[in-house]
Design a protein around this ligand. Structure first.
Ligand code: PGA
Length: 253
């Protein structure tokens, strides 16, 4: 089923006391103002265990920003799917453009991460999105098609049907204050749904939740959410501010 999700990607921001305070404040607000909203927060791995405990039985789901492509072993500094699950985390972002850019992650490797998540009964938020030069060269559809199809090529339709979230995040819109126009985003979201339908069948395509990410803020969220194929948002910078993020959650009707 397509879900209406507003997810916060806190990236490498907030000390533990700051993160805890923001998480608890959000939880109280969501309970009162938006009890049926699906709100995710992605803090650093370090805080997952405690925030999962603090937010147990709440309407906020604590998710991971990343997961290893390996199941276990000598991979210093990495965190496996099984380890995330052991502290109560069931969803992980994979393939964020910052991981692709600074850690050279490629589509096949990102696909391995998705495999480990599904093997552990967990699920991914797969981030895709073209760079500015791709769009300027008219290659944005090709780039996104490759990202989606290669990352998902080894996954079963059953796993995808029940548990697939994609975040379309054009790289030129991330952290730049320059979001995609709502119709540009809608066009790409519809295209992503079509690729999934072509490769995995219409049922999977209809069930996939597709979030938009890239300079979503309190002022533009509502126009984004009005688009037919935009199911929610993955929010970076604006998610660190309580007032901005709660305004974005309110906009997701
Ligand atoms: P931004 O980041 O909202 O700061 O552009 C979005 C993201 O990277 O997920």
């Amino acid at each position: 089923m397509r879900r209406k999700i507003v997810a916060a990607n806190w990236k490498m921001n907030l000390t533990f006391p700051q993160a805890k305070e923001l998480a608890l404040r959000l939880n109280t607000w969501v309970k009162i103002h938006k009890p049926v909203a699906e709100v995710f927060i992605a803090p650093t791995h370090l805080y997952l265990e405690q925030l999962n405990k603090d937010l147990r039985n709440s309407s906020i789901t604590v998710i991971s920003q990343n997961v290893s492509a390996m199941p276990d072993g000598a991979y210093t500094g990495d965190v496996s799917a099984q380890q995330l699950l052991s502290v109560g985390t069931k969803i992980s972002i994979v393939g964020h453009s910052e991981r692709r850019a600074y850690h050279h992650e490629v589509n096949k490797y990102i696909g391995k991460k998705i495999t480990h998540l599904y093997e552990n009964g967990m699920s991914p938020i797969l981030c895709v999105g073209e760079k500015l030069e791709d769009r300027q060269a008219g290659k944005h559809f090709d780039v996104v098609k490759e990202q989606v199809s290669v990352a998902l090529e080894r996954q079963s339709n059953e796993n995808l049907r029940d548990n697939l979230i994609i975040a379309y995040e054009p790289v030129w819109a991330i952290g730049t204050g320059r979001n995609a126009a709502p119709d540009q985003a809608q066009e790409m979201h519809a295209f992503i749904r079509k690729i999934i339908g072509d490769h995995h069948g219409l049922q999977v395509a209809h069930n996939t939740t597709i979030l938009y990410g890239g300079s979503v803020n309190a002022g533009n969220a509502s126009d984004m959410f009005d688009q037919f194929d935009i199911d929610g948002a993955l929010v970076g910078g604006a998610s660190l501010n309580f007032d901005d993020f709660t305004t974005i959650i309110s906009a997701r009707k």
